[in-house]
Design a protein around this ligand. Structure first.
Ligand code: GLU
Length: 508
């Protein structure tokens, strides 16, 4: 390929929250740009006014920012090829639609939606599907059939019309897809006359997409597999508009599949199996329905990016952990597979655990502090750090820190019944009272020192360790969980530890 500046775009339609598959498309575009020293652009494809959802564009931008996939050009960012919102480019498309009519690649169609619906229903009654195209267009209400005057009259009279692409008959359209290799479609077999320009004065996706990719000098179109059937039309549009020489290369990414069963990963799978399919929490502006997000579920963006990168791409080695930067150095479309890749929610958690463990105690403490504040807990940085250091290994998510450590900050108000039954014997209270006395004598309140004094006393008394340690733990934390008992004592402090034992003696 000649030396062409790599310019790729992520071109979502703001019709709702961005699915994680969409984020993966953005990621692969971003990585491809990084790898080739190119530019990653965001273009908002909002020509379908009927599907516009307020808040969706902001959601898309916030999601990309959270993931670190920041475009160099886009709405709110600017760039030499703007505006980057198709609704703001509205005036631009009509002339290309007209050009296609003039050159015979497109035509005016006056059929009303009701007429088309009737035809569709009639076809369905015969177990056929209606297509506006090669086989039917000559019988319909369009400029291919009507005389020039009739067409002019209708347009002057303000009759609604659309502009349709005139699909050439029985032509094989071949294109090299960078992931799939050569793909050939036969026009008669599989393609109808798609609407390019709508009666509301807006272009459709197909026209706007091709025009903008051309005007924005896009070198590679990297998008989801669901757009593969549109490729032949797009290829023909480049030809019809005389832009073949600078036509972008195409790469259609494989689907992300459900964890179990057949088909594409959907929100329903997430609801059923309890994992998010969207990067951020989303509240549907119409229904108020809330969909969970990776961010709010406590995933780190590094983990989310890492797991997305491996859905459809592989490095060709055993390596599994990659930073965004590293991915930008090694990513290649040659290592993207054709077949769909199955999403595994357990693996997603596993990735998060890795990045969680990678964080320093101080970083995790910073993330934990707002949760503590919410719980009304006041604790010194020193204590929070010490607690986090102690329990870090048991957690995969920041949200688990509280469950694993609440007893360090609040004394138990209840005691686990099962443990009480099993561990609290008749003489336990008396024994623990003696332990209180022993603890009072410990001067250097450190885990090792407490343990030493405690052990010496136990040996002297010849008490079984289990008979004391278990109820002691119960008294301190309310159950049988937690790390080393003497570490718990140290972190609680002498006064608090003794107070808790006394309370347990009273209450149990
Ligand atoms: N607007 C399309 C979408 O929502 C863009 C597809 C493409 O990248 O061409 O996915």
């Amino acid at each position: 390929m000649s030396e062409r500046k790599v310019r790729v775009r992520f071109a979502p339609s703001p019709t709702g929250p961005l699915h994680m598959g969409g984020v993966r498309t953005a990621l692969f575009n971003y990585l491809f740009a990084k790898k080739h020293g190119g530019e990653f652009i965001l273009r908002i494809e909002d020509t379908d006014q009927t599907r516009f959802v307020p808040g969706a564009e902001d959601y898309i931008i916030e999601s990309l920012n959270w993931c670190g996939l920041t475009p160099v050009e886009g709405p709110g960012i600017g760039g030499d090829f703007g505006p980057y919102r198709q609704s703001e480019r509205k005036e631009l498309y009509k002339k290309y639609a007209d050009q296609l009519v003039e050159s015979g690649w497109a035509y005016y169609a006056f059929d009303t939606p009701e007429e088309i619906d009737t035809l569709r229903q009639a076809a369905e009654a015969n177990k056929e599907t209606f297509a506006y195209g090669i086989a039917t267009r000559d019988k319909l209400n369009n400029s291919l059939k009507l005389s020039e005057e009739e067409v002019q009259q209708k347009i002057t009279a303000g009759e609604a019309y659309v502009i349709r692409f005139k699909m050439p008959a029985d032509t094989d359209v071949s294109e090299d897809d960078l992931i799939r290799g050569n793909v050939t479609f036969n026009t008669t077999k599989s393609l109808d006359d798609k609407v390019l320009f709508k009666s509301d004065g807006m272009p459709t996706y197909h026209l706007a997409n091709v025009v903008d990719d051309h005007l924005m000098e896009i070198s590679h179109v990297i998008r989801g597999e669901e757009w593969l059937p549109s490729m032949p039309l797009h290829v023909l549009l480049y030809k019809a508009l005389g832009w073949e020489a600078t036509k972008p290369r195409f790469a259609h990414l494989p689907l992300i599949l459900k964890p179990v069963g057949k088909g594409k990963l959907s929100k329903r799978d997430g609801d059923k199996l309890g994992f998010p399919v969207f990067p951020l929490l989303w509240t549907d502006p119409k229904t108020g329905d809330v969909s969970r997000g990776y961010r709010e579920d406590g995933y780190f963006p590094e983990a989310f990016i890492n797991l997305l990168a491996l859905l459809g791409w592989n490095p060709g080695t055993e390596q599994e952990f990659f930073s965004l930067e590293e991915l930008g150095e090694i990513f290649s479309l040659e290592r993207v597979v054709k077949s769909g890749s199955r999403f595994d929610p357990e693996k997603a958690k596993w990735f998060n655990k890795h990045y969680f463990q990678q964080k320093s105690v101080e970083e995790l403490s910073e993330l934990f502090k707002p949760i503590l504040a919410e719980k009304g807990v006041e604790a010194s940085d020193e204590k929070v750090n010490a607690v986090v250091a102690e329990i870090k290994e048991r957690c995969e998510f920041v949200s688990e820190l509280w469950d694993q450590s609440s007893y360090f900050f609040v004394a138990p108000t209840e005691y686990d019944e099962k443990t009480v039954k099993k561990r609290w014997k008749e003489n336990t209270s008396a024994q623990l009272s003696e332990i209180v006395n022993v603890f009072e004598t410990v001067e250097n309140w450190k885990a090792d020192a407490i343990k030493e004094v405690f052990s010496a006393f136990m040996t002297e008394k010849e008490w079984g360790f289990g008979a004391i340690m278990n109820p002691l733990r119960l008294a301190l934390v309310g159950g049988n969980m937690g790390p080393d008992l003497f570490v718990i004592c140290e972190l609680l402090g002498k006064e608090e530890s003794i107070a808790r034992i006394k309370t347990a003696i009273e209450k149990i």
